[in-house]
Design a protein around this ligand. Structure first.
Ligand SMILES: NC(=O)C1=CN([C@@H]2O[C@H](COP(=O)(O)OP(=O)(O)OC[C@H]3O[C@@H](n4cnc5c(N)ncnc54)[C@H](O)[C@@H]3O)[C@@H](O)[C@H]2O)C=CC1
Ligand SMILES: O=C([O-])CC(=O)C(=O)O
Length: 355
């Protein structure tokens, strides 16, 4: 026990005690479950272990915060190449169940991934006005490859949620890395297209005058421009749109990301709505892992070979990929455009790893 020194004021006392504390829950050299003042908690209530890779970023921070609030998460690993000590300290003060641990820099990447059930990847640079998602390829491809190599080594059975853009190429990159490592399981690798669904629900609800929570719009294809294919003929609850409404909604859903990039005027792309969407999707993956019945969401999966589809999530990841269902003429034309662009984006990702 530290003894109070005589003549010490409150600020001096606090400073003296703080100097004896370990860095806040940060897994540095001294990992020792960081026993601040010998607290007994070692963490690990029943639940899943989740790692966020890119946790200090615009998406990473709110995503980490929301995952800390998720009762299915028992241990939350926050990894980034910068700033994880601060983010980890901050989030670790939330009085929710998950134990938070921070990991900083490449040398701590493997430790960050060991034992995790779900790895979420929002690492990488975002767009600025005038850029396409594909313009991010040169930087983000290498980041996703590095992180995927570490996943293959340290948690080959984890479910992987890829957020980093261009998703249409980064998911094929992860798949190729896993194939090379002999760990590829198409049931476990998912590109996160949930934001397209979240936007579609919101915009359709606005047009119809409904509560967005009561609306469900399947969005298939991919996650860039024309590859984002909302199936407005399959909206639940069943409803109909005028041709003008279909044009307006399709355009707004396909360009929702650009709408945010332009509004942010150089300060990045969607972060808050993306963190919300990522957590909605991660929660679905965890409920599937827990064995909940009928967990169905849209995601970019690797079995057609790559296509965002409605999928049922279960204990092993993707348990069923639903067919597209009946498409109207407008959607069939959209599908042809989507397929063409998707093919080249997929090939670009595959070649990046094979070259
Ligand atoms: N799938 C989707 O629907 C969406 C995807 N995105 C994408 O998500 C990515 C991240 O966006 P923001 O969070 O806004 O960017 P950001 O720049 O704010 O954050 C990215 C974070 O990644 C970290 N990072 C960079 N290299 C890393 C590495 N090798 N390992 C671990 N962390 C690393 C950075 O240090 C930074 O903290 C972008 O590629 C963006 O285009 C954004 C919105 C929606
Ligand atoms: O548009 C971007 O660059 C980010 C993104 O993927 C989205 O908001 O859908």
């Amino acid at each position: 026990m530290m003894q109070p020194s005589s003549g010490e004021n409150v600020n001096q006392r606090i400073a003296r005690i703080s100097a004896h504390l370990d860095p806040p829950n940060l897994h540095m050299e001294n990992t020792a479950s960081v026993s601040r003042l010998n607290c007994r908690a070692k963490g690990g209530a029943a639940g899943f272990r989740v790692a966020v890779l890119g946790a200090a970023g615009g998406i990473g921070q709110p995503l980490a915060m929301l995952m800390k609030m998720n009762p299915l998460v028992s241990v939350l690993h926050l990894y980034d190449v910068v700033n994880t000590p601060g983010v980890t300290s901050d989030i670790s003060h939330m009085d929710t169940g998950a134990v938070v641990r921070g990991f900083l820099g490449q040398q701590q990447l493997e430790e960050a991934l060991t034992g995790v059930d779900l790895a979420i990847i929002p690492a990488g640079v975002p767009r600025k006005p005038g850029m396409t998602r594909d313009d991010l390829f040169n930087i983000n491809a290498g980041i996703v490859r590095t992180l995927s190599e570490a996943i293959a080594k340290c948690c080959p059975n984890a479910i992987v949620n890829v957020i980093s853009n261009p998703v249409n190429s980064t998911v094929p990159i992860a798949a190729e890395v896993f194939k090379k490592a002999g760990t590829f399981d198409p049931k476990k690798l998912l590109g996160v297209t949930m934001l397209d669904v979240v936007r579609a629900n919101t915009f359709v609800a606005e047009v119809l005058g409904l509560d967005p929570r009561d609306v469900n719009v399947p969005v298939v294809g991919g996650h860039a421009g024309v590859t984002i294919l909302p199936l407005l003929s399959q909206v639940k609850p069943p409803c109909s749109f005028t041709p003008k409404e279909v044009d307006y909604l399709t355009d707004r859903i396909q360009n929702g990301g650009t709408e945010v990039v332009e509004a942010k005027a150089g300060a990045g792309s969607a972060t808050l709505s993306m963190a919300y969407a990522a957590v909605k999707f991660a929660d679905a993956c965890l409920r599937g892992l827990r064995g909940d019945a009928s967990v169905v969401e849209c995601a970019f999966v690797t079995e057609l070979p790559f296509f965002a589809s409605k999928v049922r999530l279960g204990r092993i990841g993707v348990e069923e990929i639903y067919p597209l269902g009946p498409l109207n003429e407008y959607e069939r034309a959209g599908l042809e455009k989507a397929k063409k662009e998707l093919e080249s984006s997929i090939q670009k990702g595959v070649s990046f790893v094979r070259k």
